[in-house]
Design a protein around this ligand. Structure first.
Ligand code: HEM
Length: 445
């Protein structure tokens, strides 16, 4: 006979502070080290709250789908302040209605088709410039390009000054999630908070422009403004959700773009396969959704980059609203619960040979055989629950970027420091310097 489940291994540490300093010092290392020491499910104490951190496909899937785990009340102050009034921090009917509004704007084929031309224009202009630039440090360019897309798809302001302001605010907000939230004037945290408030003003103005002149816009905000009344969502609730989309929609593009440019620079055989697909399906002209759909190898690359690299170490934080057993361990009522994304996808029991970058893990047959809770870069569960709404848009964006790049360019990586940084979304320390050259038609490396 088995007794009641016990608490998972791990240590709570000192009262209140627990292991807060350790996770603040290096978020990704914290998860990796704890996984190595305690296994896929462990306990800790962060910011005064006891947490159970779960990975392993069954446990992760349960975390994302069990109604005994709800959002709200366990997030760190920095997350509450940067994601103030975002649907990521709430649950229940209001969350689902607001999520339905969002999904109409970022997940239907009709919406995606409407955005493709602008995506191609923005990223294509940077790629065209690289063709004659010799060595380029791609990070600042791709960061700026993704901020430009924010102007094109959300605020409707594509001026240089607006795009540069957005770029700066979003960088400060990302950094604020890595540091202790001390709003002392002059500190990076205070700058980020000020930036978030300024971003709210810019978004309020943009929403008002969309409400006043709906005929002038065909973008994410116009779709949300149109959908909100149908789902019973008051207009003022859109602000936090548009902010979240803008925040995620910048790094959500430039981070996988940089990492794939690096990997394909290191692995010419993968680049040749990708280029062959691009030249067969979409050698020139406006890229269509139908073409992107047919690019299966690019799709595999887009999935493996999100598994292999640490983009998100964890989900937003949940809370057990009743006692619950997850992964065979007790989670007491009122403890926090976190889904540990990256270690889940680096667990050899979930993905064999996890430290090898292998896009063929994602052939249709192999992907269909994956158990729920295995591939979770965007979280798990129902689309109108907390699973990331940007999942398909990221696939489309990566395929679009690679198509633009592979149609025209080949590249090598000069000697540089490619160590991944300690950032929220780790990237090569050098910013990724790339020697670009025009690809001759039909050529492979
Ligand atoms: C590589 C790109 C991206 C990754 C890896 C990613 C990953 C994630 C993860 C792990 C979550 C949290 C899930 C949870 O708490 O259970 C999330 C939530 C979210 N993401 Fe993404 N994301 C990406 C890009 C995007 C993009 C491009 C957008 C916007 C178009 C977006 C919008 C959001 C929103 C609004 C949420 C909150 C959803 C909710 O709580 O209901 N993400 N994302």
């Amino acid at each position: 006979m088995t007794g009641p489940a016990s608490l998972p291994p791990g240590k709570l540490g000192l009262p209140w502070i627990g292991e807060t300093l350790s996770i603040a010092r290096n978020n990704h290392k914290f998860y990796r080290d704890h996984f190595a020491k305690y296994g896929p499910v462990f306990k800790t104490r962060l910011f005064g709250i006891n947490f159970v951190i779960v990975s392993g496909h069954e446990a992760f899937h349960q975390f994302a789908t069990d109604p005994k785990v709800q959002r709200g009340g366990t997030d760190p102050v920095s997350v509450e302040q940067m994601f103030h009034n975002s649907l990521a921090l709430i649950d229940g009917p209001e969350h689902h209605a607001r999520k339905d509004v969002m999904l109409e704007a970022v997940r239907t084929d009709e919406a995606m088709a409407a955005y493709l031309e602008r995506m191609q224009q923005v990223w294509g202009a940077h790629v065209d410039r690289w063709a004659t630039s010799g060595t380029v440090t791609v990070r600042p360019d791709l960061q700026l390009a993704s901020a430009e897309l924010t102007g094109a798809l959300y605020t409707g302001d594509r001026s240089k000054a607006h795009v540069e302001e957005l770029n700066e605010i979003l960088a400060a907000m990302r950094y604020s999630l890595q540091i202790l939230p001390l709003p002392i004037p002059g500190t990076p945290y205070a700058k980020a908070l000020k930036g978030r408030k300024r971003l709210d003003v810019l978004i309020e103005q943009a929403i008002q422009r969309h409400v006043d002149h709906p005929e002038q816009y065909d973008d994410i905000v116009s779709r949300m403004v149109a959908a909100a009344p149908r789902h019973g969502v008051p207009m003022e609730k859109l602000l936090g959700d548009v902010r979240h989309l803008i925040f995620a929609g910048q790094a959500g593009f430039f981070v996988p773009f940089i990492l794939l440019t690096m990997v394909l620079g290191q692995r010419p055989e993968l680049r040749d396969r990708a280029r062959a697909e691009v030249l067969e399906v979409s050698p020139e002209g406006q890229i269509t959704l139908e073409q992107l759909e047919r690019m299966t190898f690019l799709g595999q690359l887009s999935k493996e980059v999100r598994r292999f690299f640490a983009m998100n170490s964890a989900t937003f934080f949940g809370k057990a609203v009743e006692d619950v057993v997850i992964g065979g361990y007790q989670v007491p009522k009122d403890w926090g619960v976190i889904g540990a994304i990256h270690i889940n996808m680096r667990n050899p029991e979930v993905f064999g040979d996890p430290a090898t970058f292998d896009p063929d893990r994602f052939t249709a047959e192999r992907e269909a055989a994956m158990a729920p809770g295995s591939y979770v870069p965007h979280g798990d569960g129902e689309r109108n629950h907390h699973r990331c709404p940007g999942e398909d848009m990221v696939t489309i964006a990566i395929k679009m970027y690679l198509t633009l790049l592979l149609r025209k360019l080949t590249w090598t990586l000069p000697a540089q420091d490619l160590t991944l940084t300690n950032e929220l979304f780790p990237l090569p320390a050098s910013g990724l310097r790339v020697n670009f050259a025009p690809a001759s038609v039909g050529a492979v490396s």
